[in-house]
Design a protein. Sequence first.
Length: 245
Amino acid sequence: MIRDIKGRFAGSFAGILWTVINPLATIVAYFFVFSLVLKINVTVEDVGTDRFILFFLSGFFPWILFAESLTKSTGSVVAQAGLVTKVIFPVELIPVSSIISAFIINGTGFIIFLLYLAFTGFAHISWFCIPILLFIEMLFALGLSLFLAAFCVFIRDTTEILSIVMMLWFYATPVVYPDSMIPQEIANALSFNPMSIFVQCMRDILLRNQVDVILMLKLFVISLIFLVPCSYFFMRSKPAFGDVL
């Protein structure tokens, strides 16, 4: 994990500052397009704030933590092929460390955002549930990452396919638009998107100071449903990694 974090910025002039520069550039780009060009308006009654940037960031950070985890961990076993074939160790630690490092690196921007929200008066006792929600999200990401990391060993196109899937998944998740803008005919289909529930829960906590325990329990169950079989698939596939790599 520490090696992943150091290696990501090794040799760069800005170093660890890229943990702030990268998400900041992304935030500015999305804010320009959806707030100044397309001008998506939000209301306090609808989402808990009338400031689009707060609405956007409260959904963007849960998404980027998840997306970066999947992106970095999917090809992690293939990238460490030399280590996997020459050293006997728990291979599952490779995607796990990729997920943890992704959460740490992208969590820097999230912490800055939380400090800003606290400064502007949004801080609330409900925020103590944020670590619980992030832990559940990490379990969900871990399940998918273990499956994708193992699958990528056998099908190398997995990383390319994933980039397309994540782009479609992003726009199918209400990160840059409120739920109220979703046409009713597709709203039911999108309700099966687990990331929509994660984003909704995070926004309720940050902007409405509300904790939906039922939704969080639902997310925990969903995460376990993915984690258990995906972990089993990884462990069953692991003995064949050396032959393929």
